[in-house]
Design a protein around this ligand. Structure first.
Ligand code: HEM
Length: 190
């Protein structure tokens, strides 16, 4: 959910962390180094010690959603940290200078009226829980860190969702994307 109070989120790829890395795939642009684990911190940051890479950003207010979309999202979507959500994906994304040169209304038109990002995404709620982290203004390598959590039985639906979004007009503006798939054991079993 958009978060009117920005909160720091930090993702460190390395030897430590709750999440085991299943795969790191370059979708477009420069890849990220393969690591065995991912550590996620909310409200504090990582140093680069013991990490191959650290990606950071903040939760933020919504940019594009209408009041009606916002209301539907709030009503339907699930929170993070559900016990059954043993799979996750961290998908860092950068958009091109052409995207950032557009005006707000033009970006909204591409994201929703042309690409149906929100409408498509809503079909996968509440199975897929999501968090959008912004990092463009922090000068990081990416503009967004997108985070998703789901139960193993919803993995095929998640594959379908990312495939559909990557076919849209909006994704023509994505010039760097890395797809990191993660899993964890049940609490107490690993
Ligand atoms: C789970 C279903 C999904 C829903 C309901 C959803 C919904 C949304 C919404 C409402 C926004 C706009 C936020 C705002 O107003 O600022 C957004 C932005 C975004 N989403 Fe999704 N999304 C979903 C899945 C995905 C997936 C799978 C990806 C990546 C593969 C993704 C990547 C992004 C990115 C990068 C943005 C930022 C776009 C920008 O500000 O230019 N989303 N999403």
């Amino acid at each position: 959910m958009p978060d009117p109070t920005p909160t720091l989120h930090s993702f460190a790829g390395g030897e430590l962390g709750l999440w085991r890395v299943d795969a790191i795939a370059r979708v477009i642009g420069e890849p990220l180094t393969r690591v065995p684990r991912l550590d996620v911190r909310v409200g504090s940051s990582h140093t680069l010690q013991q990490s191959a890479w650290v990606l950071q950003g903040t939760s933020s207010n919504a940019r594009y959603t209408s009041a009606q979309e916002q209301e539907s999202l709030t009503r339907i979507q699930a929170g993070l940290g559900r016990p059954e959500a043993l799979r996750a994906a961290l998908i860092p994304i950068r958009k091109s200078p052409a995207w950032w040169a557009l005006a707000q209304d033009q970006r909204r038109a591409i994201l929703e009226e042309q690409s149906r990002h929100i409408r498509i995404g809503m079909e996968y709620l509440p199975a897929i829980a999501r968090k959008l982290i912004h990092c463009r203004d922090l000068g990081g390598e990416f503009d967004f860190l997108t985070w998703f959590e789901y139960a193993p039985e919803h993995a095929p639906a998640f594959e379908e969702l990312v495939r559909r979004l990557r076919e849209t007009k909006e994704w023509e503006y994505v010039d760097r994307e890395v797809d990191i798939r993660l899993c964890r054991g049940r609490v107490g079993s690993e």
